[in-house]
Design a protein around this ligand. Structure first.
Ligand code: ROI
Length: 160
């Protein structure tokens, strides 16, 4: 079983509801179980500021799926929920990112693991540290050291 961390984000159509729906969809994935999920966090947008604030969370999955199959399954969940992606770094109904897949390092045109934005996103690192404080991000360092080096802060409150 691979241990996989997924980042969840939404800033449209009742973001808390969108995250809860996405977690229900994750629970239905074949050969996969949802081990735990962080609290929901509110954050200011990274990117254009003329969009609603986000709700973010991180879930830990265990899966027998390959990274590629899991990516396709996550894209299918995004489609099912009605992904709206109009502009680069713009608003979205639901975004599901593979953050870490065991200690794999993958660099493909459509799939980069670890997710390259991890060191710049407190809305990923703080929920990740809530559920797995001892995590090491391959080639980037420990979650604790990455939090200490954050260059920006987007988070402003915990939602649930
Ligand atoms: N900003 C925040 N705060 N949370 C996100 O999940 C998020 N996702 C994105 C962009 C648009 C880059 N900004 C974000 O994809």
């Amino acid at each position: 079983m691979a241990q996989v961390f997924i980042g969840l984000g939404s800033n449209l159509s009742d973001p808390v509801r969108q995250l809860k729906r996405a977690i229900e969809h994750l629970k239905l994935l074949e050969k996969t179980s949802v081990v735990t999920c962080s609290s929901f966090y509110c954050s200011k947008p990274q990117g254009p500021q003329d969009q609603p604030d986000f709700v973010n969370a991180v879930c830990l999955l265990e899966t027998l799926l390959s990274p590629e199959c899991l990516l396709l399954a996550l894209q299918e969940i995004e489609r099912t929920q009605g992904r709206i992606k109009q502009r680069h770094w713009g608003e979205r109904l639901i975004d599901l990112d593979i953050l870490l897949f065991d200690d794999c390092v993958i660099s493909l045109p459509h799939l980069t693991i670890p997710h390259s934005e991890i060191p710049h996103r407190d809305f990923v690192l703080i929920p990740l540290s809530e559920i797995a404080p001892d995590t090491v991000v391959p080639s980037m360092g420990t979650v604790t050291s990455l939090i200490a080096q954050l260059d920006n802060s987007y988070l402003y409150s915990i939602q649930s």
